[in-house]
Design a protein around this ligand. Sequence first.
Ligand SMILES: *Cc1c(COP(=O)(O)O)cnc(C)c1O
Length: 396
Amino acid sequence: MSANNEWLQRYSDSLLGVFGTPSLVIERGDGCYVWDVDGNRYLDLVGGIAVNALGHGHPAVVSAISKQAAEAVHISNFFTSRAQVQLAERLLGVAGAPAGSKVFFGNSGAEAIEAAIKLSRRTGRTGIVAAEGAFHGRTTGALALTHKAAYREPFEPLLPGVVHVPYDDVDALRAAVADDVAAVILEPLQGEAGVLSPAPDFLRAAREITTAAGALLIIDEIQTGIGRTGAWFGFQHAGIQPDAITVAKGLGGGVPIGALVTFGEEVSGLLTAGQHGSTFGGNPLASAAGLAMLDTIEERGLLEHAESTGRHLEQAVAAAGIPHVTGVRGQGLLRAITLDRPVSAAVAAAAREGGFIVNPVAPEALRLAPPLIVSADELDSFVQALPTFVEGALTS
Ligand SMILES: *Cc1c(COP(=O)(O)O)cnc(C)c1O
């Protein structure tokens, strides 16, 4: 029996089955590659689902975490640290947030969403409008905003007052935003729904509609943020200013951290002392990791790199003319390669056998969210091998 299978059996015997059975037992990573416990190497084009933005074992992150771990890992929010304050300042800077803007740190995307829900309640209104296809997390509050019936229905009744309108449908959004609506929450690009981009003016329309109705516009940047789409945040492509954004995934490069950023003095004043909290949120270790991530992404010019390598992938796939591959959608390094039939799971399995990790995010779409340091050559190696994987999937 392979070491992978042996550990997967022990996994099944000891871990709650909510993730099904994982496909590999990973031992270590280096840059854009990971190795399993049988010594097989894989090019990691998923990056822990848009988390490992600097890949695995990046020296800047390793050294920041090591240094901070030796000084203080955790201190509670009775106290603060230089790392926490510096990360908040840096985050406000890259978000282009105006004077009076503030940050709340939690430990995950769902916690950032929970903070956003509580923020919206402080407007005195209770309604929240989200989009069909939306993914905002799995805690019960966040789950109420998530759209997928299979995730929601076993846990109903959930938070009341939430409606879902078709994504990228301005008229439907306008019709839904009545004067009891506290907030509209949108992803700039729907990752979990299959990497779907709205029309370029959708977020601008959402901004106009929410401003007119006195509702908050909350942008969920948990997957799209931290350079993933070629800008620090997806909303920046639209040239709007939201009232709040949620951030997580890439922020800590794998060290758990999430954030709610509130824009401007008025919105930032909605949650006051005692109204929210977290034991671990923004502890020195996670904050040091976040700072190293933001500094390194900036120093290495990785926003431009995400934009150019993402475009390279699009062109390489188009030029390859692969049977049953219909194109590439998405932005920057949040991409889906689309297929003309629902075989993505079999293609992803064949790719894994061939040493590549990709995610069958939808039956006809393979999601790629590789480390932002991925090279054009690394992406090319996948594109070159892809015809074999598609063929293998069709004949299996
Ligand atoms: C991953 C994700 C979440 C949830 O984040 P967790 O850290 O898994 O709780 C929420 N919104 C979006 C857009 C995400 O991609």
